[in-house]
Design a protein around this ligand. Structure first.
Ligand code: NDP
Ligand code: ZN
Length: 178
């Protein structure tokens, strides 16, 4: 399958899987987020690896929907599945363990997964300022962005455009939350 064909197939699949979900601001349809992460990789990160762009569209499907890994493998192949799995938390662990593990494992991820994590965190920090979770206090938003900083500091050295953009968005978030 050519790149655009697979891209559209993955986008349709992800939109269907996330069809009943909204972001935590309770307004934005969930699918906007994976699209924004793919756009971040393409426009800011200048990523042209289509497996990574397609993995971005699917990056929250295993974690946040009822999807089985075999469905992604069948649709997009083993490589895209492996990138998605690398950025998927183990839901059997507590939220606190998952947060800690993200910091501890970030440095050991593949270069592709590191860039996907960067784009995901950029979008989430941006959302914390512009469309925050509806029930989060200022303190909780501040704690969230500090945690992203800890994760990102473990995976630097893979894409300077994304890393510089993360720094800009983080600085804006710190001002906005002060
Ligand atoms: P979550 O991990 O539950 O939520 C953050 C995630 O939600 C993001 O990483 C993002 O992930 C997704 N998301 C959806 N909508 C938005 C949005 N509009 N803006 C930004 N992100 C969005 O929350 P926490 O990071 O707070 O993690 C839970 C931890 O917080 C636990 O350790 C718990 O103990 C602690 N906690 C803290 C409280 C406090 O007041 N400080 C209160 C309760 C718990 P994705 O891209 O994957 O969708
Ligand atoms: Zn995400």
């Amino acid at each position: 399958m050519n790149d655009i064909s697979l891209f559209l197939t993955a986008l349709k699949f992800s939109a269907y899987k996330h069809r009943n979900q909204r972001r935590k601001n309770r307004i934005t349809p969930y699918i906007n987020h994976p699209i924004e992460v793919a756009e971040m990789l393409w426009k800011i990160g200048k990523v042209r690896d289509m497996d990574l762009i397609i993995a971005a569209l699917l990056h929250d499907v295993l974690e946040d929907t009822e999807t089985m890994p075999a469905e992604i493998e069948e649709l997009c192949g083993k490589h895209i599945l492996s990138i998605v799995q690398e950025v998927t938390d183990d839901k059997n662990l507590s939220k606190q363990q998952r947060k800690k593990l993200q910091i501890e494992t970030a440095a050991h991820k593949s270069i592709l997964a590191k860039q996907l994590k960067l784009a995901d965190k950029i979008c989430n920090v941006h959302d914390i300022i512009h469309s925050p979770p509806h029930d989060w206090s200022m303190k909780r938003c501040q704690e969230y962005i500090v945690w992203t900083e800890q994760v990102i500091n473990e995976l630097r050295g893979v894409n300077s455009d994304l890393e510089n953009h993360y720094d800009v968005v983080l600085a804006k978030a710190k001002v906005a939350l002060n």
